[in-house]
Design a protein. Structure first.
Length: 405
């Protein structure tokens, strides 16, 4: 896909449509954690089994990224997003009628497939339509993803309380998919005739830099998925109500939204993104350490938002910055889209395992604290990886993968 000229008015409405689409990419997962105690009281779920509600959709996202990008080539941008939103909406609405853990997990996997198809398509679309401000618009897109998580985490417990049903707390987010469909379909004239030509991902399998970017993205996303799956249950174990824990997760994701906007905007001033990445990783490390070292702050009587704030600011900026650094490695939107699809595909497969590992740690050791320590160590490892992201060497590292095309 080459760069596409759009009028300011068309670009504005297209970005609004993208934002509404992005709001649908996390509620199916984010609503689960705050409602987990209610779900477990009705359906037999160990912490290890409950982790599959986050793990399997994330892994489905990874697989769909790797093997499903040809769908956008065949059907085009518009129809691919319409089909994906329908999958997400139907999978979410179906949760009103679930009676078993297997059905709940299946709904999560189906939603994950729909999410992946959209996430494989959007980076290339943004790079081609907003080529002069890729960092800014990627920040808006990724921030909207986290905004959807914040809305679902904050209000799912309220919906459960008002309706007396955790199923309604999970299913109500299908309304977001319907809203996004309306906005996206209104942009059909701007996008229906264009397709996203994403190359086969085999071209990146032999590239060591593509693998390093994928590992970096996967480790960073592992922190996000673990927090999404287990932070609310962790606080519930410390005496918080489901509603308070959900609001806390919503606050954390609100901090992610703030950081997701600010970090790319600051990084847009320079091609070298390493300083911003190190700061974000430092904030995340401090947040994980604080969860363990200051347990007294977890009680309702001593409400402290410091550690969730640090986690949100770190994780929130890390997510878009990982994709932006990947996009920066290649100038051609088609090739850059292929690289980000590869990075996300491998990365989500890595990240998908993390909630299961944390759940196993909780089942075996009776606490999530060793999971938080492990994630803090992972952040330190990522700081070492960041040192290798010198933009002066991007073209050499991607030689043979279209860097100069």
């Amino acid at each position: 896909m080459e760069n596409v000229r759009t009028t300011p008015r068309t670009a504005l409405w297209l970005m609004i449509a993208v934002i509404f689409v992005a709001l649908n990419l996390r509620p199916s997962m984010a609503a689960v954690g705050p409602l987990l105690s209610g779900i477990r009281s009705d359906i037999a779920l160990s912490f290890s089994l409950a982790s599959l509600l986050t793990m399997l959709p994330v892994m489905a996202m990874g697989l769909a990224m790797l093997f499903g990008t040809n769908i956008s080539q065949r059907f085009g941008e518009h129809r691919t997003v319409v089909m994906s939103l329908l999958i997400i909406g139907l999978a979410t609405a179906a949760r009103l009628f679930l009676d078993s853990a297997a059905e709940l997990i299946l709904s999560a996997v189906l939603a994950g497939v729909g999410i992946a198809l959209i996430q494989a398509l959007m980076p290339a679309l943004i790079k081609s339509r907003f080529s002069n401000n890729v960092s800014l618009f990627m920040g808006l897109y990724v921030t909207s993803i986290m905004g959807g998580a914040a809305i679902a985490a904050s209000f799912a417990p309220l919906v459960m309380t008002r309706t007396g049903s955790w199923r309604m707390g999970l299913a109500i987010w299908a309304a977001l998919a319907l809203l996004a469909l309306l906005f996206w379909c209104a942009q059909r004239s701007a996008i229906s005739t264009r397709t996203v030509s994403i190359p086969r991902q085999a071209s990146f399998v032999g590239n060591s830099r593509a693998w390093l970017l994928a590992i970096f993205f996967g480790l960073g996303t592992a922190s996000y998925t673990c927090v999404l799956a287990w932070l609310a249950p962790y606080y519930v174990e410390k005496g918080w109500s489901e509603h308070s824990a959900g609001l806390l997760l919503g606050f954390l994701t609100a901090m992610e939204v703030l950081s997701g906007l600010l970090a790319p905007a600051l990084a847009n001033r320079s091609r070298d993104k390493r300083l911003v990445l190190v700061v974000l990783l430092g904030l995340t490390t401090a947040g994980f350490c604080g969860l363990v070292l200051s347990p007294q702050h977890l009680s309702p009587q001593h409400l402290s938002l410091l550690w969730p704030c640090l986690l949100g600011l770190g994780i929130g900026g890390l997510f878009p910055m990982s994709l932006i650094v990947s996009l920066d490695h290649l100038d051609n939107p088609q090739r850059a889209g292929g690289l980000t699809a590869f990075v996300q595909g491998i990365g989500y497969l890595i990240a998908g395992v993390s909630p299961l590992l944390a759940g196993v740690i909780r089942d075996q050791l009776g606490s999530f604290e060793w999971a938080w320590w492990s994630l803090a160590a992972v952040m330190v490892l990522m700081m070492l990886i960041v040192l290798r992201f010198d933009p002066r060497h991007y073209a050499d590292r991607m030689d043979g993968s279209g860097a100069r095309r």
